[in-house]
Design a protein around this ligand. Structure first.
Ligand code: AMP
Ligand code: MN
Ligand code: MN
Length: 321
């Protein structure tokens, strides 16, 4: 496990105005880390600009400070530095990537194994459970205040990226950080309630339908589920409502790889994959132009039907299970 590089500590100590960004379609780790770093830098007397291309997915709108996120790219403002969190690849910064990267020095803090360097200063540690865990260490080293709101966001980041401290990425250090965050005021049951027990009736009906799409292959070792725009429309839901659905097929004992095909527009399918143990789905995602972690990866694909994608994926996955 690596420690925060001195260079990043020095840049952040000196900076007066800081731009903080994360990956598109932010998850709990992305948004939690972004908000937490924002709160801590502000508490240290700095000015921050938090940018997110699509704003806050509604399932994360319980996080404190989400009203501070800007969907407008920062215009020619001068920042003393920019920080990208939880982003393994510059394309994941979104349409404004080049504009964002023009802010110097550009820092990346990330935990993706296949991180493709795009920043001037990079701290990447694939052995960390989450970017949130890294931000906690950074804030401690900077000796910045960790307010209850900061702790709340960091705990959410770690909790979501470790699947409630269940994934192999969870280390003794991860649990120590989580324990510290409780000392800073986090109430675990409260955050769990927001993340796991937050279903609307529509979302539960969507889950019912999505589980109806389950298909099993390779002696029940590979599972597929899917969603379509028609289904979202019929149940009055949005793509964000499908968050965590992939854990249901993954939870089947025999399943080694679960795949969720999310057709969100006529010609666009987002693919999420979850694997167990040694099965590496990040490599498969990279073959399709995406990326991720060994056991959690994804990619986007256009001009292909769900049946075609399934066939192509099965060809890659069968030898792995
Ligand atoms: P998801 O299945 O969307 O929760 O994503 C799981 C992991 O895969 C994320 O932590 C990302 O690192 C990675 N990932 C998902 N989609 C993409 C993509 N289009 N390009 C690169 N990495 C991705
Ligand atoms: Mn993420
Ligand atoms: Mn992450």
């Amino acid at each position: 496990m690596s420690h925060p590089p001195e260079e990043i500590v020095e840049i952040l100590k000196k900076a007066g105005r800081v731009l903080i960004v994360t990956h598109v379609f932010p998850d709990g780790d992305a948004l939690g880390s972004q908000l937490a770093l924002g709160f801590a830098l502000e508490a240290a007397g700095k000015e921050v600009y938090l940018y997110s291309e699509e704003g806050v997915p509604h399932i994360l709108d319980f996080l404190p400070g989400t009203e501070r996120l800007n969907t407008r790219l920062p215009d020619h403002a001068t920042f003393d530095c920019a920080v990208a969190l939880d982003c393994g690849d510059k394309r994941r910064l979104g349409d404004g990537a080049e504009q964002l990267l023009s802010h110097k020095p550009f820092i990346a803090i990330d935990h993706h194994a296949g991180h493709q360097t795009f920043a001037d200063v990079t701290w990447v540690d694939q052995y960390r459970s989450s970017t949130g865990e890294m931000i906690y260490d950074l804030l401690r080293l900077l000796d910045f205040e960790i307010s209850p709101a900061t702790a709340y966001c960091l705990y959410t980041a770690i909790l979501t990226d470790t699947g409630s401290f269940k994934y192999e990425s969870t280390t003794a250090h991860t649990l120590r950080v989580a324990a510290d965050l409780l000392d800073y005021g986090v109430k675990p049951a409260e955050i769990c309630g927001h993340i796991f027990d937050n279903y609307s009736k529509n979302r539960l009906q969507l889950l019912q339908e999505v589980l109806g799409s389950l298909s099993l292959h390779a002696g029940d070792k590979i599972a597929f589920i899917s969603v379509t725009p028609e289904l979202l429309q019929r149940t009055g839901t949005t793509p964000a409502d499908t968050e965590l659905f992939i854990n249901f097929p993954r939870s089947m004992k025999t399943v080694k790889v679960a795949v969720f095909l999310k057709k969100t527009a006529d010609d666009l399918v987002g693919v999420s994959m979850r694997a167990k143990g040694e099965v590496d789905v990040a490599q498969v995602a990279r073959d399709f132009g995406g990326g991720g972690h060994r056991n959690a990866a994804g990619f986007k694909i256009t001009h292909a039907s769900l049946a075609q994608i399934k066939e192509q994926l099965l060809a890659k996955l069968l030898p792995l299970v």
